[in-house]
Ligand binder design. Sequence first.
Ligand SMILES: [Zn+2]
Length: 198
Amino acid sequence: VPIEPRQVFQTYEPAPGAHRWPAHCAACGAPWPDPPAGPACPRCGQRTFRNPFPAVSVIVADGPRFVLCRRRGGAFQGGAWCLPCGYIDHDEDFLSAARREVREEAGIAVAVRGVVSVVSNFFRPDLHSLVIVLLATPLNPAAPLRGGDDIEEAAWFDDPLALPPMAFEADTHIIARYFADTALGVPVDPRFAGGAPD
Ligand SMILES: [Zn+2]
């Protein structure tokens, strides 16, 4: 059964004014007027931009099985499971970010194979992520998984329709959709995909 594409996930009803401005101007520290008159600070004129956080999420697949990570208590959505994921550092391309996050959260080296989707997550009025979803394969499928960073435990799963309690609705959809047709998506730049252990 084909699964309809979805790329926008919301966990709250957006309301007027819900996407708050910061309390103070980052440049001069002036309190931000409420309601705000616009994107420019009324004292120093510095413009403030509110943007989603760029992130990556990785389907690490080895044939029919895939990696999920259980988030540490105290982390956002702690105790629930998710695909290896995280924010892209400023000095980092998104393919290297994907390989780093899998290494940190699941303890294995992967090669990135394709871009399978891009997702907007509206988690909270002050937390909105834009997630590049990538497909990757382990360089050594026999390597043991080891949870790290904000992850308590990483494990292989093999039933995309019987997942443990999931932290993000997007992940549930992404996994079901990927395994319905295992499409590679957009091929990635091999210079950054990580074909060899680093
Ligand atoms: Zn200012």
